[in-house]
Design a protein around this ligand. Structure first.
Ligand SMILES: Cc1cc2nc3c(=O)[nH]c(=O)nc-3n(C[C@H](O)[C@H](O)[C@H](O)COP(=O)(O)OP(=O)(O)OC[C@H]3O[C@@H](n4cnc5c(N)ncnc54)[C@H](O)[C@@H]3O)c2cc1C
Length: 279
């Protein structure tokens, strides 16, 4: 095995990354499965002791979720209903043991097309905060996850937080996942839908994102624009049409055909909107 570092501060972690290439280790639930059957030969930077990377707080109109926040911490933290889609996604990531170790940033950085956190955070207009020893930047999530296992994270950078802008008091969201069985399953397709509604019930802001139907999760901007102005109610699901799926590029694999994925995506979007309307 190479060197194993477990710094207790962000400053030390970033200094180590500036010094030489290191494989970043958080919960390890993607890291180790990617190395089954071989020794860990890279030099490793374990970030689990960096307190600055944990916790959820509100600042400057945004919910700031520390990069090393686990799915369990997310589920257990009281949050505005706007973030329900993220909590529902968190409950679907593996089982309890995976949720206890797996982190939000690990899910984004691993950049699997089936990462459950991605559509939820895309629908919420989330941004990713990145830091290196002498610089920092913030990217919209859609510009951070670039494709299958591909992100914009530079070798000397760490994701330090995920930032979710706070919408209005009446904002709410839903997440629906389809797998081959109910629990512990990789998604065939999943949908997150987030809306902010005016006092009269009209949608004034909307995010709809689909996962596992493209190399990375995708928003559906045409559908979002067409939903704005409509009242949140039972008729909403009927506005969803196959043409709205144009940004997706589903593939056929062991879990389902491209056609099945498209059908599933449509059904899940309608279901997510119906759930929002029924609340
Ligand atoms: C049995 C099982 C079931 C699973 N089920 C699901 C599921 O249903 N849905 C789902 O979406 N995922 C699932 N996963 C995948 C995994 O649990 C999640 O993606 C988890 O959130 C990864 O987080 P982690 O902290 O364990 O990441 P790690 O494994 O520690 O790291 C993952 C990658 O991200 C990088 N990384 C981690 N943190 C940072 C950071 N702060 N900055 C820069 N790079 C970083 C690492 O270098 C590595 O490349 C499952 C995994 C297992 C083993």
């Amino acid at each position: 095995m190479g060197t194993y570092l477990r710094p207790a501060s962000l400053e030390r972690a970033l200094a180590a990354l500036a010094d030489r290439p290191l494989a970043i280790l958080a919960g390890g639930t993607d890291f180790y499965p990617a190395r089954v059957g071989r020794l860990v030969e890279e030099d490793v930077l374990d970030i689990t002791a960096v307190a600055e990377l944990r916790g959820i707080r509100e600042a400057n109109g945004r919910i700031r979720i520390g990069a090393a926040t686990t799915w369990t911490e997310l589920i257990e933290t009281p949050l505005p209903r706007q973030l329900d889609c993220l909590k529902l996604a968190a409950r679907e990531v593996g089982g309890a043991q995976i949720q206890n170790s797996g982190t939000i940033a690990g899910n984004l950085c691993n950049a699997s097309p089936a990462a459950d956190g991605v559509p939820a955070l895309l629908a919420l207009d989330a941004e990713v905060e990145l830091r290196a020893a002498s610089r920092s930047r913030t990217l919209p999530l859609g510009e951070f996850v670039l494709g299958n296992r591909k992100t914009a994270c530079a070798p000397d950078e760490l994701v330090t937080a995920v930032l979710v802008p706070k919408w209005g008091e009446r904002a709410r969201s839903a997440f629906v996942k389809l797998g081959a069985r109910k629990y512990l399953v990789i998604s065939i397709a999943m949908v997150a839908a987030a809306v902010d509604v005016a006092a009269d019930g009209a949608i004034r802001r909307c995010g709809i994102a689909v996962g596992a139907c493209s190399a990375a999760g995708r928003r559906l901007p045409v559908l979002e624009q067409e939903l704005v102005g409509h009242k949140l109610g039972p008729g909403l699901a009927e506005l969803v049409a196959p043409r709205h799926l144009a940004p997706l590029a589903p593939i056929s694999d062991v879990r389902g055909t491209a056609e099945y994925r498209s059908d599933a995506a449509l059904a899940l979007i309608r279901r997510a909107l119906a759930r929002l309307a029924n609340e």
